[in-house]
Design a protein around this ligand. Structure first.
Ligand code: F6P
Length: 348
């Protein structure tokens, strides 16, 4: 995310915009004060290689309430801010869309209760926005890679390589649980890139009897000379009846059927930190550049867009269409319409 922040700031400065950075997500916008700081070129120096986000992030409950959005609107107008680039997940982007559509009404209310002058509001008739998706889950329908997903995948592969050496030494089986919420991207890619034996993902639950199939697969690997076995379990994995498949269940199954003493490693938040990959740095720089251009070139009639990577190109998608399609995937999985979920996720 830092690469995107850096690119937005520097691109906007080269377009002679005044640039403000909002700390702690929407909460900084509501709190104002030090939560909103004007940035110059050097303020984003030396952040490109840092993990996480140096400007912080926060799941603001207050922004979900109209009063929170009124405070946020007032703080923006006070500083002359009428263009926003937001990096976030589907919740942040939905909040952004709501904020934009409510903007004229929020400003009217602020004039009515004396928090803004009519002149201030007249100068800010619309809010121009652009969204970028920051999520390791890589679940935005219509794009191939969200900001952070590639770095998380690298982190997982490093962990799998490390586990592989100890597993091989002891001739052990390991069950490795990876994040991704409702999306199996990290699990599937990690299984392929890590040379693992079996993978369980939410979008393609295994057929009944999968436990025997998995254990037979592990046995075949050992018979072929492998000294270790690794099963990747996505945190959202489930069986065909919709019942969650936990990593401890997978371990117990291996122990029971293959008479082993398997181990579980839950990678957890290790996946969300550390230095960003080269891909994440260049793609996010490009996305930040395009997002800044997008909001600067927008006017009050421009549609709200989210920008993402498809292949090696930046694509622009109607914001709420992309968010709605992304939310539909877990609903389809919940309804056990797996083929529809897969088709939607692979849709352009
Ligand atoms: O959406 C990103 C993600 O890391 C998911 O993969 C995971 O399910 C979730 O966030 C964890 O959230 P938290 O940091 O609140 O535990």
């Amino acid at each position: 995310m830092n690469a995107a922040v850096r690119a937005v700031v520097r691109t906007a400065l080269t377009r002679h915009a005044e640039v403000f950075v909002i700390y702690e997500g929407y909460q900084g916008m509501i709190d104002g004060g030090e939560g909103i700081r004007q940035f110059q070129w050097d303020d984003v120096g030396a952040i490109l290689g840092k993990g996480g986000t140096v400007i912080g992030t926060y799941r603001s409950k207050e922004f979900r309430e109209r009063e929170g959005r009124l405070k946020a609107a007032r703080n923006l107008v006070d500083r002359g801010i009428d263009r926003l680039v937001v990096v976030g997940g589907d919740g942040s982007l939905t909040g952004l869309d709501t904020f934009r559509s409510e903007w004229p009404g929020l400003l009217d209310d602020l004039v009515r209760d004396g928090r803004l002058s009519a002149q201030q509001v007249a100068d800010h008739p619309a809010l121009m926005i652009a969204g970028l998706v920051g999520s390791i889950d890589n679940d935005l329908v219509g794009t191939d890679s969200t900001i952070g997903a590639d770095s998380a995948l690298h982190r997982i592969i490093e962990a799998i390589d490390a586990i592989t050496s100890t597993a091989a030494s002891h001739q052990r089986s390991f069950v490795v649980e990876v994040m991704g919420r409702h999306c199996g991207y990290l699990a599937l890619m990690a299984a392929v890139a890590g040379g693992c034996d079996y993978v369980l993902i939410p979008e393609d639950p295994p057929q009944p009897g999968w436990e025997e199939d998995m254990c037979a697969q592990l046995r075949r690997g050992r018979q072929a000379g492998r000294r270790e076995s690794i099963v990747i379990v996505a945190e959202g994995a489930r069986d065909r009846d919709g019942k969650p498949i936990t990593s401890s269940y997978v371990r117990d199954t291996i122990d029971r059927i293959n008479h082993e003493d398997a181990r579980v490693t839950i990678l957890g938040h290790v996946q969300r930190g550390g230095r960003p990959s080269a891909f994440d740095r260049w793609a996010s720089t490009w996305l930040g550049y395009e997002a800044a251009q997008q909001v600067i070139n927008s006017d009050k009639d421009s549609p709200a867009m989210v920008l993402g990577m498809r292949g090696a190109a930046v694509v622009r998608l109607p914001l709420m269409d992309a968010v709605s399609a992304t939310r539909r995937v877990p609903e389809l999985i919940e309804a056990r319409k797996y083929e529809d979920a897969m088709a939607l996720r692979s849709a352009d």
